[in-house]
Every structure is written in C-alpha cells, then in structure tokens.
Design a binder for this molecule. Structure first.
Ligand SMILES: Nc1ncnc2c1ncn2[C@@H]1O[C@H](COP(=O)(O)OP(=O)(O)O)[C@@H](O)[C@H]1O
Ligand SMILES: [Mg+2]
Length: 259
C-alpha cells in the first residue's frame, strides 16, 4: 500500500484536507511521504503554503509528452514531506492526455523511478472521474474515499465504486479499496447520523471527521490541522487513520515477504 489515491468525484468532500493531514501525520510518524496534487485548482499546493505560479516545475511537466523526470519536479515541504505541485495549466492538459497511447498509465510510468524513495505517495484527485483520476487509480495500490455524511454524497459512492471496479478489472488488478472516511460530520443533524450508520454498515469505515471551524485555521500559514491544532478531534482522528495506513502497509509487506 505505497501509492494511495484519495478519490471521490464529488467536490467539497475533504479530499484535499484529508490528503494534507494524512501526509503530515505520516511524516510526523517517521514515514517518507510524497504528496501529488492532481487537481488543476491546486488546493493542496496552496494548503501546504506554496504559490502554484511560483513553482518552477509541476505535475504538468511530469505528465506532458516527453515530460521531465518526476525527481526534478519535487518540492520539499520538510525533511520527510515532499510534494509535486499543481497549476491551472493542468486543466487544458487533460485533452492532450486523452490523445496519448496508454493514457491511463502515464502517472504510473512517471512515478516508477521514485517509488522506492518514499514510504507513501498520496495522490489528491480532482473532483471528476476524469483521465487524471483514472491515472491515479491506475497507479495506486490503494484508494481512500472521503465522503460527506449527506445523502447525495452517499448515493454518489455507487458510481465511484463502479469506476474502481472497472479499473480493477481492466487496468490495475492490484488496486484495493482501503476504506471510506466520513467527513464534515455534524452530530446534531439527523441525516448525518443516518448516513453515518449506513456507511458503517456497508463500507470499511476508517474514521469519522467532524465539521469543526478548526479545520480552516491553519490554511493561511500552510499548516494542516494535525500540526496547527494537534489536540483537536480532527487531528486525533486523522492520526488514527494514519496509524491504520501504517499497520496495513506493514501487514501487506510481511505477507508478501512470506509469499
Ligand atoms: N473537518 C472539517 N471541518 C470543517 N471544514 C472542513 C473540514 N474538512 C474540510 N473542510 C473544508 O471544506 C472545504 C472542502 O474541503 P476540501 O478538502 O477542499 O475538499 P475537496 O478536496 O474534496 O474538494 C474546504 O473549505 C475545507 O477547508
Ligand atoms: Mg480538492
């Protein structure tokens, strides 16, 4: 479980927040982490405190035809936390990707030379089931699905699962669904509790992240909640999920070594 895609075709379900917090949490636990911003809105890039237009080489350089080696497009956030940033130019690039041979495997091929240098590579997906999301799912060992605890978000999961299944059958049989994270949960809202109960019943629920104002506090300073407010319930929950990821990876590695 080295490459993990954080995916949901819906916007505003906390994909970027989840990627950022899990990345920072995993790095704080001693893991070498690479974040990849695969959304042209560059929210993850901004969240870690970088200005998209000021970064010299971005995911666009990695993905374009005759692209630059990914190792030359990595920015250091801290010792153990690195990122390949995004930029608005990624949007027109999707058209170009579509015209390429083996267009689903472009990210996979680009990441191969550096996979060994990281314990985890977290890919923040865009809010569409686009060729970019398909690229993320085609190179991932696992996928984590953040889902807002409301009815429409819950219903949207079926479509995402169909896509994941198709990718497993046609492109990437290794892809595993690690589980879902219930996000923006409000205890006092009846609907939220019903959806949470349904998620618990039907999916592997990795954690529940409450909707709290503290989530936005660190954004201007490029800080994740887990570093800005380590004692908040959000931080505790993201840390717990990071531990699940670490344990899952260790278990899979041992299984593989023992054949
Ligand atoms: N636990 C939370 N509590 C309150 N607001 C949150 C929480 N998680 C995320 N947000 C906010 O919700 C919005 C959408 O989150 P984001 O991570 O950008 O979602 P996505 O990447 O799926 O579009 C952002 O404004 C973010 O700051
Ligand atoms: Mg996002």
């Amino acid at each position: 479980m080295k490459v993990i895609a954080i995916a949901n075709q819906k916007g505003g379900v906390a994909k970027t927040t989840t990627t950022h917090n899990l990345g920072v949490a995993l790095a704080a636990k001693g893991k070498r982490v690479l974040l990849i911003d695969l959304d042209s809105q560059a929210s993850l890039t901004i969240s870690v405190g970088l200005e998209p237009l000021e970064v010299k080489r971005t995911i666009v350089d990695v993905l374009r035809k005759d692209g630059v080696p990914v190792s030359e497009c990595i920015e250091r956030i801290s010792d153990r936390l690195h990122i390949v940033t995004s930029i608005i130019d990624l949007a027109p690039m999707e058209m170009e990707l579509l015209s390429r041979a083996s267009r689903e495997k472009i990210l996979d091929r680009a990441l191969r030379p550096i996979r060994g240098e990281y314990d985890f590579i977290l890919v923040d997906c865009p809010p569409q089931l686009s060729i970019l999301t398909i690229n993320a799912l085609s190179c991932a060992d696992g996928v984590i699905i953040p889902v807002k605890t409301d009815y429409l978000a819950y219903r949207g999961l079926t479509q995402l699962q169909d896509s994941i299944q198709e990718i497993q059958e046609l492109i990437n049989p290794e892809l595993k669904v690690l589980g879902v994270i219930a996000t923006l949960y409000e205890k006092r809202v009846g609907d939220d509790n019903e959806i949470l109960a349904a998620l618990k019943k039907e999916y592997n629920l990795l954690g529940v992240i409450k909707r709290l104002a503290v989530a936005k506090k660190g954004i201007y300073d490029g800080l994740a909640v887990v570093e800005q407010t380590p004692s908040s319930e959000i931080s505790i929950e993201y840390n717990k999920i990071a531990d699940i990821i670490i344990v899952t990876e260790r278990f899979e590695r041992v299984e593989k070594e023992n054949g």
